[in-house]
Design a protein around this ligand. Structure first.
Ligand code: BDP
Length: 729
C-alpha cells in the first residue's frame, strides 16, 4: 500500500498533540499572578465582621499635608475600596470613624487620651479605639508621618487577616533602627545570586522613566517596616558614584522618601583611583580623605537624607584598606568621617577571609574584627552574616555576635536562595531567622541572645540594624516563586519585632497573599514551618555544609576539589574519609569552638553535647558513631535523613495539590510546577550525596530505601554553564 506522506505526517502531529495534552491542561489561566504580593485588598468575606469593618472604617480622614500623608490617603482609598467595597475620605474629623495623623495634628480632646500610650520610637504607632464626640472612633497616630503610615498598614493587615477590630489598642515600635534590603544588583541589571529575573532598577532609563514597580516596591517595604535599601551589589561598580548614576539614585530616593525608605549605596574602596583619578585609595592619605568628603557632600546635595555606605573590603578580591597596610577600622573610619557631618552611616561587612591567612575559614572574621572592637567611629556598624561561613542551610551563629561590646553589630541574613534551591524550592526562612536570633551567645551570661546583641540592648548601644540580601527581581511575581515572597515578608516583620513567631507571621502572609480559608491556612502554615528542615535534610543534614555545585552553587557538588582556593572546595568542608565524616573544629581539631563564650564553647567541644543538627560542623565522627536520638549509626542516619528530606518534599507537594480548589488557579499552578522541580532536585541531592559519601563509608544503603536513580559518575558530570545568578556577570 502506498503511504500518503502528508496524511502520515498529520497523523504524527496529531499523536504529538495527544501526548502533550496533559502538559497543556489549560492554555489560558487567569488569576493572581503574584504581582500584588500581600497587598491584594480583595473584598473580605461578607459576614458580620465585614459589616463591622464597614461601619468603622468606611469613612476616614487623614490629616497632614506631607507627601507621606498623601501616600497614606492613596493607600487607604485603594485598600478600603477593595476590601470593603466602599471607602469615603471625609473633610473633617467629625465625619470620620477612622482618623489618621500625627499626634500633633489631632484635635486636642483626642490628643490627651492618646499621648500616654504612644510608643517611644519615632517610627512607632498607636492604633486605638476611643470615644470622640460621643461615638467610637479608631485613631492611628504616631510621632511622625511615617509612623502613621506604618500604623495604617497595620490596620489594613488586621482587616486583610479578618481579625477583630473592636476596642483596638495596638502600640508598636521597631526594635531595630536600620532595617534594610541589600540588593546584589549590578548596573547591567544582572543580579548576583538573583533567581527572579533581572534587577528591577532600570538604570539605563533612569532618572526619567519611572516604573510603577518602584512605587509598589516602596509600598511593600513600608507595609512591613523596611526603612532602607542598598541599591547595588556589594561587589560594587565604582560608576555608581559618578554624577550620571547619582542622578539616577536621586530619582529612586525621591520616590522612596515618602515611604520612610532611605537609599544607601555599596561602594568600592578603590573608587578614588578608579573614578577619581588619584594614585592611591589609602585611607590615611589626605587627598583620599578629601575625595570621599567631597563625594559625600555631592551625594547629600542631591539626596539630603542619604543613608550611607555599605562596604565589602578585602574580601573575595574586593579592594580594601589592607591593600595599603591599613586596618578595617582605619578604612571604615575614613568613610565614616566623610559621612558623619551629614548624618550618614557605614555598614562595614565582616564577611572577610583572606587567602594569605592560613587560618581555618570559619575563624577568620572573628580573628580580624574582635581585636578592632572599640576602634570604630560611632556611625560604623559591622555587618555580620548569621553564620561563620556563608549563608548555608544551617550554620551555628557567627562567634562575632556578642564579642564586640563596643561595636554595634548588624545582622546580615540572606533572603535570596543561593544555597537553598534558587527560586524553585519552597523553603520558608522564618524558622532559620528565629533559630539564629534566639541562639544564646552567653556573652553576658545566659539570656544573651543574638537578638539582644543586634538590637543594642545587651551592650546598651544606640545604633542597631539588620540587613537582608534581597530575593527581588523583575519577575511578575517579584521573587520567582510565590511562596518565597514570604521570605521578604518575614524578614521585614522580624526586623521590626524579632519577638514575633515565625508561624504567626507565616499565617498573616498566607491570609493576605493566598487565602483566608482556615483549613488551607493551617495546612500551608504547617508546610512552611517544616520546609527549611526538610531542605536541610535533603541538602546538608547533621551539620554538613558548603557541598554545593561549584561557582553557580546549583545542586549538589560534594566531590568538587578543583577550585583555586582550598576553602572554596566542598571537600575542604566535609572531610569524608574511610574513618568518617565532618570537620573537627573542636579543641582536638582547629579549635574554632574557642571563639564562642562558655558554656557554648564546652557544649560544642564534645559531640555528645553538640546539637545533632550541627554535629558534623564541629566534629569528624566515625561512620559507626551512634546517633543518640535514633540509635542509628552515623552512616545510616545520614542516609535516613537524605531520604526523609526527599520524601517530605513529596508530602508537601501532595498537600499543595489537595488545596487546588481553595486557591487561585494561577498561584496554585505556579507553586505546583515549582514543587515538580523541587521533588526532582531533592532526589538529585539525595542520590548524589549518598552515592558520593558511600565511597568512603563503604557501607550499603540500608534496606527499604529505593536505589539512586543514576550512578555517581552521572551526577558528577552534570554541568550547568548558564545557571542563573552567577557572580562576575
Ligand atoms: C557569597 C556569594 C557571593 C557574594 C558573597 C558576599 O556567593 O556571590 O559576593 O557571598 O556576601 O555567598 O560578598
Amino acid at each position: 500500500m502506498k503511504i500518503n506522506y502528508r496524511t502520515g505526517r498529520q497523523f504524527i502531529c496529531l499523536l504529538l498533540v495527544l501526548f502533550s495534552f496533559p502538559l497543556l491542561a489549560k492554555s489560558i489561566l487567569t488569576g493572581e499572578d503574584g504581582y500584588r504580593l500581600w497587598l491584594k485588598y480583595d473584598p473580605v468575606k461578607q459576614d458580620q465582621q465585614a459589616e463591622e469593618y464597614r461601619q468603622q472604617f468606611a469613612h476616614w480622614q487623614v490629616s497632614g499635608k506631607s507627601q507621606t500623608a498623601q501616600v497614606i490617603r492613596d493607600e487607604l482609598e485603594n485598600a478600603l475600596t477593595g476590601l470593603l467595597g466602599t471607602s469615603a475620605p471625609v473633610a473633617g474629623t467629625s465625619g470620620a470613624s477612622l482618623i489618621v495623623g500625627r499626634l500633633a495634628e489631632l484635635p486636642e480632646s483626642l490628643r490627651q487620651a492618646l499621648k500616654k500610650n504612644l510608643p517611644a520610637s519615632e517610627e512607632g504607632y498607636l492604633i486605638k479605639t476611643v470615644s470622640y464626640q460621643g461615638r467610637p472612633v479608631t485613631v492611628i497616630t504616631a510621632k511622625t508621618d511615617v509612623g502613621a503610615l506604618y500604623g495604617s498598614f497595620r490596620l489594613l493587615r488586621l482587616i486583610q487577616t479578618h481579625q477583630s477590630s473592636r476596642s483596638l489598642n495596638i502600640a508598636s515600635g521597631p526594635k531595630l533602627k536600620i532595617r534594610v534590603l541589600d540588593h546584589w544588583d549590578n548596573l547591567n541589571r544582572h543580579i548576583e545570586r538573583g533567581y527572579a529575573g533581572e534587577s528591577i532598577w532600570d538604570w539605563h532609563k533612569l532618572p526619567v522613566y519611572i516604573y510603577q514597580r518602584y512605587y509598589d516596591y516602596a509600598r511593600a517595604n513600608a507595609s512591613i517596616g523596611i526603612n532602607g535599601t542598598v541599591l547595588n551589589n556589594v561587589n560594587a561598580d565604582p560608576l555608581i558614584l559618578t554624577p550620571q548614576y547619582l542622578d539616577k539614585v536621586r530619582a529612586l530616593a525621591d520616590i522612596f522618601r515618602p515611604y520612610g525608605i532611605k537609599v544607601y549605596l555599596s561602594v568600592k574602596f578603590s573608587s578614588p583611583q578608579l573614578i577619581g583619578g588619584l594614585k592611591t585609595s589609602d585611607p590615611l592619605n589626605t587627598q583620599v580623605k578629601q575625595w570621599w568628603q567631597d563625594k559625600a557632600r555631592e551625594i547629600y546635595q542631591k539626596i539630603p537624607d542619604f543613608g550611607g555606605f555599605l562596604v565589602k573590603a578585602n574580601s573575595e578580591g574586593q579592594p580594601g584598606p589592607g591593600d595599603f597596610g591599613r586596618t578595617h577600622a582605619e578604612g571604615a573610619n575614613m568613610l565614616a568621617d566623610a559621612l558623619a557631618p551629614h548624618g550618614g552611616i557605614v555598614m562595614w561587612r565582616a564577611f572577610v577571609y583572606a587567602n594569605e591567612k592560613h587560618e581555618e575559614r570559619s575563624k577568620q572574621a572573628y580573628s580580624e574584627f574582635k581585636p578592632l572592637d572599640g576602634q570604630f567611629r560611632s556611625n560604623v556598624l559591622l555587618q555580620v552574616k548569621n553564620g561563620p561561613i556563608d549563608f548555608q542551610p544551617r550554620e551555628p551563629i557567627s562567634p562575632l555576635f556578642g564579642a564586640t561590646p563596643k561595636t554595634p553589630l548588624m545582622m546580615e541574613f540572606q533572603i535570596t536562595m543561593e544555597y537553598l534551591g534558587f527560586s524553585t524550592h519552597a523553603v520558608y526562612l522564618g524558622p532559620l531567622y528565629k533559630e539564629v536570633l534566639n541562639t544564646d551567645t552567653y556573652a553576658r551570661g545566659p539570656g544573651s541572645t543574638v537578638a539582644k546583641v543586634i538590637d543594642g540592648s545587651l551592650f546598651n548601644q544606640s545604633v542597631s540594624g539588620i540587613a537582608g540580601v534581597s530575593d527581588i527581581g523583575s519577575d511578575r511575581n517579584w521573587t520567582g516563586h510565590i511562596l518565597l515572597q514570604a521570605n521578604w515578608y518575614v524578614f521585614g516583620r522580624l526586623a521590626w519585632d524579632h519577638s514575633q513567631s515565625a508561624a504567626d507571621i507565616a499565617g498573616d502572609w498566607i491570609r493576605m497573599t493566598l487565602t483566608n480559608d482556615d483549613q488551607a491556612v493551617a495546612t500551608i502554615e504547617k508546610m512552611m514551618m517544616v520546609s527549611r528542615e526538610v531542605a536541610v535534610n535533603y541538602m546538608t543534614p547533621l551539620g554538613l555544609h558548603h557541598i554545593m555545585g561549584a561557582d553557580h552553587h546549583y545542586g549538589p557538588g560534594p566531590w568538587v576539589d578543583f577550585l583555586p582556593r582550598d576553602d572554596w572546595n566542598p571537600v575542604y568542608y566535609h572531610k569524608a574519609d574511610k574513618y568518617g565524616l565532618g570537620f573537627d573544629r573542636s579543641p582536638t581539631g582547629v579549635n574554632a569552638v574557642a571563639q564562642y563564650f562558655s558554656p557554648l564553647r564546652e557544649q560544642l567541644s564534645d559531640p555528645k553535647t553538640t546539637p545533632e543538627n550541627l554535629l558534623l560542623w564541629f566534629h569528624h565522627l566515625p561512620w559507626d558513631y551512634k546517633i543518640a536520638s535514633s540509635g542509628r549509626t552515623l552512616w545510616n542516619e545520614l542516609v535516613y535523613r537524605y531520604y526523609q528530606g526527599a520524601a517530605d518534599v513529596k508530602v508537601m507537594a501532595k498537600q499543595w495539590q489537595e488545596l487546588e480548589d481553595k486557591l487561585d488557579p494561577l498561584q496554585f499552578q505556579q507553586v505546583k510546577m515549582a514543587f515538580d522541580i523541587q521533588q526532582q532536585e531533592a532526589e538529585w541531592w539525595r542520590d548524589a550525596c549518598v552515592l558520593y559519601f558511600q565511597q568512603f563509608s563503604g557501607r550499603p544503603i540500608p534496606e527499604g530505601f529505593e536505589k539512586p536513580h543514576h550512578t555517581l559518575a552521572y551526577y558528577e558530570h552534570l554541568s550547568f554553564p548558564y545557571a542563573p545568578g552567577q557572580s562576575g556577570r
